[in-house]
Design a protein around this ligand. Structure first.
Ligand code: CUA
Length: 310
């Protein structure tokens, strides 16, 4: 199971944030120990005892005043220094054209690769060892893209693109999630980042660029016809299928090759695909995918068709 532990950084950017967190925590602990220690020492050492006169009253001490102005000032300057250095490692300026555009929708992520033309959803493939510049956008409300092991949090703001870097040191799967409340299914806006060897990534990209697979059986052909004649094509695109070119909802050209459905709620198996088509509002209440009340036969055909789109 891929994890999303921010304390286990797997990219130079995530490591910079992690190291900053550790260094500042050490500074805070030292301050706490010194301040709490001084208070405890004063309480024990100078406690009032019966018969003792009041302690001598001091109006001010120039040396102490200067010391406790300069020391915190230096601490703040140090924190500023390590913060700026981490920011410099996490977010150098973005190049003019992004490698990836990730657009937040209620409640899923659209993923475009402008260079190659690949369009997918809820699953990002990246080659390892290479920083990819990502432009973040939103189609509706504020979302926030966050893959804790790989990168910082950044808002997806409608009409105001933001940039981050996405990079992974090692091959693997990394879980991300929306981290800004955006509606009923905010918790189920997962994103899966699959980091691969460059050759494997190229292979994936080539496969994604192929038009949708042709029907291989009667049931699949009926599923395709159903997809075209029902209202599916009003929202979903499938490359190579006549009439299916609207991208209001996830592009389904290769939906069968994705690991999860409905932005991470269920694994992508033919049985789960059928379940999702049968009652999307039961699996993901508030999602924009309506219940179509398909018959059992229609469900079998549609699920067979969509799962065949590898
Ligand atoms: Cu999208 Cu929270």
């Amino acid at each position: 199971m891929p994890s999303s532990n921010a304390l286990d950084p797997q990219s130079p950017q995530a490591r910079a944030i992690y190291e900053l967190a550790i260094q500042s925590t050490i500074v805070f602990i030292l301050i706490f120990v010194v301040v709490a220690g001084a208070i405890i020492y004063a309480i024990v050492r100078f406690r009032g005892r019966a018969g003792e006169p009041d302690p001598k009253q001091i109006a001010g001490n120039k040396k102490v005043e200067i010391a406790w102005t300069i020391i915190p000032f230096l601490i703040v300057i140090f924190l500023l220094g390590i913060t700026l250095s981490a920011m410099n490692r996490v977010e150098p300026p973005p190049p003019p054209s992004p490698d990836l555009v990730v657009t937040g929708h209620q409640f899923w992520w659209e993923v475009d690769y402008p260079g190659s033309g690949v369009i997918t959803a809820n699953e990002i493939h990246i080659p390892i060892g290479k920083p990819l510049s990502v432009r973040l956008e939103s189609k509706d409300v504020l979302h926030e893209f966050w893959v804790p092991k790989l990168t910082r949090k950044m808002s997806n703001v409608p009409g105001q693109p933001n940039h981050i870097w996405l990079q992974a040191d090692k091959p693997g799967a990394y879980i991300g999630q929306c981290s800004e409340f955006c509606g009923t299914q905010h918790a189920w806006m997962r994103i899966l980042v699959v980091a691969e060897e460059p050759s494997q990534f190229e292979e994936w990209q080539r496969a994604q660029l192929q038009p949708a697979q042709a029907a291989t059986s009667d049931a699949v052909a009926k599923g395709l016809a159903l997809f075209q004649t029902s209202t599916c094509i009003n929202c979903h695109a499938i490359r190579g299928v006549a009439g299916a070119d609207l991208r209001v909802a996830p592009d389904l050209t290769h939906v069968g090759s994705r690991k999860q459905l409905a932005a991470g709620i269920i694994d992508n198996t033919p049985a789960n695909m059928r379940l999702w088509l049968k009652s999307p509002q039961h699996i993901k209440p508030g999602a924009l995918m309506p219940d179509f009340s398909f018959t059992d036969e229609q469900l079998d055909q549609l699920a067979a068709y969509l799962s065949s789109l590898q």
